[in-house]
Design a protein. Structure first.
Length: 139
């Protein structure tokens, strides 16, 4: 462990990203945007609707869920676009955080740049982050 600066920068970057994620999650919660994306595709879900037909399709899908039927039945498509943005950003940012943690972790692991203690702690963090992602997908 001669030069730990890259590992320190990686972990600090992760901390900053998690802080930003908490802010995005808070906005998502305060705007009641959390269930606006009724379809959760791990790969293709990174691209939001790009034209009016896709927006209409996403909105029609949203209308089938209790959140729309009981709370947001008066929503226009513009209202839907507003809440969709925050949920979409929250999910995409979660994927970014996952990538920022897992790829450098594998790199540093192969290069033997991590102590046993750091490896153990990072595995716990990866598990917790992955579990959080699973819960978001499941919900």
């Amino acid at each position: 462990m001669k030069d730990n600066k890259p590992v320190i920068y990686w972990l600090l970057t992760g901390c900053i990203l998690i802080f930003i994620m908490v802010l995005i999650g808070g906005i998502t919660r305060l705007t009641h945007s959390g269930l606006s994306m009724s379809d959760y595709d791990l790969i293709s879900g990174t691209i939001p609707p790009l034209n009016e037909a896709e927006w209409e399709e996403a909105f029609e899908l949203y209308k089938q869920y209790p959140e729309y039927q009981k709370l947001n039945y008066n929503f226009t498509i513009q209202d839907f676009k507003s809440i969709y943005f925050w949920e979409w950003l929250h999910r995409v940012f979660g994927r970014v955080i996952g990538l920022v943690f897992i790829f450098p972790f594998m790199y540093f692991l192969v290069r033997k740049r991590l102590s046993r203690e750091t490896i153990k702690k990072t595995i716990v963090l990866l598990f917790l982050g992955g579990f959080q992602g699973f819960l978001g997908w499941y919900m």
